[in-house]
Design a protein around this ligand. Sequence first.
Ligand code: GLN
Length: 387
Amino acid sequence: MTFRSKLPDVGTTIFSVISRRASELDAINLGQGFPDFDIDPLLAQQVFEAMQQGHNQYAPMPGVPALLEAIAAKLSRSYAVSVDPGSEITVTLGATEAIYSAVQALVGPGEEAIVFDPSYDSYDPAVRLAGATCVRIPLEPPAFSYDWDRVRSTVNGRTRLLIVNTPHNPACTCLVGDDLRQLERLVHDFGLYVIADEVYEHMVFDGRAHRSVLSIPALRARAVAVFSFGKTLGATGLRIGYAVAPADLTAEVRKVHQFNTFTIATALQVAVARYLQQRPDVGARLSDFYAGKRDRLIAGLSASGLALRPSAGSFFQLIDYSALSRAGDTVMAERLLEQAGVASIPLSVFYRRPPPMTLLRLCFAKQDQTLDAGAARLQQYLQGMTR
Ligand code: GLN
């Protein structure tokens, strides 16, 4: 009997593939989104102390109470929302598990979930593993704006869920007030649910404010909002995320969570809770910090011939090389990796049906020296191409 794959078209994620090749080729890795600088030593110290003090057995399934309370306090400070730590927050194995568990809880066979291409790579497989159909609506470059009329005409009796992402990875855009109003109307008119991936909530640039679905009561009532300490604490290996949803939805998310990861590393949860007590304003300075990184990368590429529309949010900056070459983006990413020694992520991999693309995603969550060296290599290579 031959084995029938549930995800026959899925390989290893682009991020892992590119990171592996970057290290094989000793390239500068501006592909996968992770910081290459040190974490706050206080976090390491808290992890050490928590383990030493014996926080080494199973945590409560929804999360360590002190962390749930610290998260509720953080949400109240950031978005002026009141969230009940006991019934509305679930600590998960990174945001990816939060999204996966929420998708399993919310959709099933015969139902549809809508995602927006370019879409983060985990959404579509999560929907298909739930037995539901993933409907992918493209955002059109260069602005990647939402065609809400198209969304409305795509919604039908089977549609149950919309997955949105703000700030958006990889489009580097943020939902604006009008998008949220349109989303609110759709949810209301068709009784839909929303998963809002808001992991880059603290990386929003140029005076914008992050708009969480939690701050809009009609969306808050129908949404699972997903956040990440990996991003906020600059420690993507921590793998601690959380899902925030009304009690009835949280109960369903927890049913999946408890048979998926069951609980999250106890000592890490205790450590993050204590860390948040000592650094309650964590996140406050991140937008300026990462905007500086973005600007440094852009400045380093100013003579490259690339078109650079400054990222509105996230760890990422898109570069458009259409003035320099007609090559497809996967070909160009490969060339830059092999010939310039810089790893990037092509945008077309985030589409079901990619339009012709000349965009690559660069991660600027890097030390200044990494950004400078990466930009210098890219610029030199691209200048050579135009001659
Ligand atoms: N979120 C990270 C990125 O977009 C990747 C995470 C992963 O490798 N799965 O680069």
